[in-house]
Design a protein around this ligand. Structure first.
Ligand code: EPZ
Length: 429
């Protein structure tokens, strides 16, 4: 089965709406767990087997990077077998790292294992400026000196002190993951991370590292303690389901569902969304990792004011999708974006469809309309693409979404799942 998804030309999606969703799908493994866990496989040469890995463009980019670093990686259905292929190479090609920010997290593990590394500096993307200063400042405290030259980060390990305390200025997911994945192999060093991220993907990464022999406490809280060890070992591990994919299909069900059933959903991971559903008045049942949404008339729903926040707050990665729902609820709602303050590229596109949304600072004010109408749209990033796809399925008439391939970075088996929900879309290049 051909697994590699290469994105050369950006494709388009054509949709005729409005449509109704009805059916049952299973949520895939988490992209944002798979990526940091794959980066962490650089911490050992022993064999690692990972299960429930989603077949996504981003995962294949990470595989390409690990292969460049000396790994041999084989797919077996939705599992990956990761083995050492050659001596570790810690000078990585520019392209794949530049293409995907999460790959920057290979820098720490490569530098600890090889004493040095050369990795491209990740860029920002359309959701906002995305510096890596927290990463580099934390790595420095762990004994890794870095210099930026010609778009690359050149790093070298100069030795770590016995005790390190790192307090993150903001609970950054990427910086927390990067520093944990580095500190675990600092033999004899005790690292205390405070104000760190508490996302379920962090807990999953730590459970994976512990299964390799790492010593970690406090994961899932804002204070994590890591006692570095000399060596880490091979393991077999199953990653968590994707809470953002689950949230996306749940919102789709709330907007156009008759009855939409999502299997393999962890309730604790989507509490904040379920809270909002209750405030709005959406009918849902959550039992035994199965979430069922029964659509009701938007006229019966209530507007709300929402703020995005780090976990356990409402995730920024569901903000664009939720905005589509709120744009169809009578009255005035608002969304304040606190994680990526300029993450509003989807607003103009939704207004092109007849939504009434205006942005003031980092708050979007949404006045509900009774319907959206189809239009030619531009997708700018992964979650904006998902939001525009949902909007096009409920809008009257034809919509063309250009530059839509972003969506393959984060939604596995998209066409198959939409078909199972009775939804029709057409993809073309
Ligand atoms: C992770 O990105 C996710 N990506 C993002 O999901 C998600 O939006 C984000 O966390 C927030 O939840 C992956 O897990 C692969 P951050 P990350 O570091 O780690 C600032 C998706 O759609 N910051 O928590 O890059 C930063 O600018 C993606 O799946 C610094 O200033 O996010 C932002 O404002 C999109 N300096 C805030 O912190 C740093 O060194 C949070 O960023 C690092 C971050």
């Amino acid at each position: 089965m051909e697994h590699r998804l290469e994105i050369e030309t950006m494709g388009k999606i054509k949709v005729f709406g409005p449509q109704r969703a009805n059916g049952e799908i299973t949520i895939s493994g988490s992209k944002n767990s798979a990526l940091p866990i794959l980066a962490a496989t650089l911490l050992t040469d022993e064999k690692i087997i990972l299960h429930n890995i989603p077949n996504l463009a981003d995962v294949n980019t990470m595989i390409e990077i690990l292969e460049n670093a000396g790994k041999k990686i084989t797919w077996d259905e939705s599992s990956l077998i990761i083995e050492r292929y050659s001596n570790m190479n810690s000078v990585l090609p520019y392209g794949p790292v530049r293409r995907m920010r999460a790959s920057f997290n290979v820098l720490g593990p490569l530098t600890i294992r090889n004493g040095y590394a050369k990795v491209a500096l990740p860029g920002g993307c359309s959701i906002g400026v995305r510096p890596v200063n927290f990463h580099l400042e934390g790595l420095k405290k762990l004994g890794i000196e870095s210099q930026i030259e010609h778009g690359f980060t050149h790093s070298k390990f100069i030795g770590a002190p016995e005790k390190v305390h790192i307090s993150l200025p903001f609970p950054s997911v990427g910086a927390t993951e990067h520093l944990i994945t580095t500190a675990v192999l600092l033999d004899g060093t005790e690292t205390i991370l405070t104000n760190c991220a508490q996302e379920p993907e962090i807990v999953d990464l730590c459970n994976f590292l512990i299964s390799m022999g790492a010593k970690i406490e406090g994961h899932g809280t804002s204070n994590i303690k890591i006692c570095g060890v000399k060596e880490l070992y091979g393991t077999e591990y199953t990653i968590i389901p994707d809470r953002i994919e689950a949230g996306t299909y749940a919102i789709l069900g709330a907007i156009m569902g008759e009855k939409v059933t999502l299997n393999n959903v962890i309730e604790e991971h989507i509490f904040s969304l379920l809270d909002i559903f209750e405030k709005i008045g959406i009918n849902y049942t959550m039992k035994n990792n199965i979430l069922t949404i029964e659509g009701i008339s938007k006229l019966e729903l209530s507007p709300v004011d929402i703020e995005t926040a780090t976990f356990p707050g409402f995730p920024t990665d569901l903000q664009p999708q939720l905005m589509v729902l709120l744009s169809l609820i009578p009255g005035r709602s608002s969304i304040t974006e606190n994680v990526f303050k300029t993450r509003f590229n989807h607003v103009d596109e939704l207004n092109r469809m007849g939504a009434k949304i205006f942005v003031e600072g980092n708050t979007a004010i949404i006045t509900g309309v009774t319907k959206l109408s189809g239009a030619p749209l531009e997708a700018t990033d992964l979650r904006a693409s998902a939001a525009l796809l949902i909007a096009s399925l409920i809008a009257d008439g034809e919509t063309i979404i250009n530059n839509v391939d972003h969506i393959f970075r984060g939604y596995e088996k998209l066409f198959e799942k939409l078909e199972k929900l009775g939804l029709e879309i057409e993809y073309y290049e």
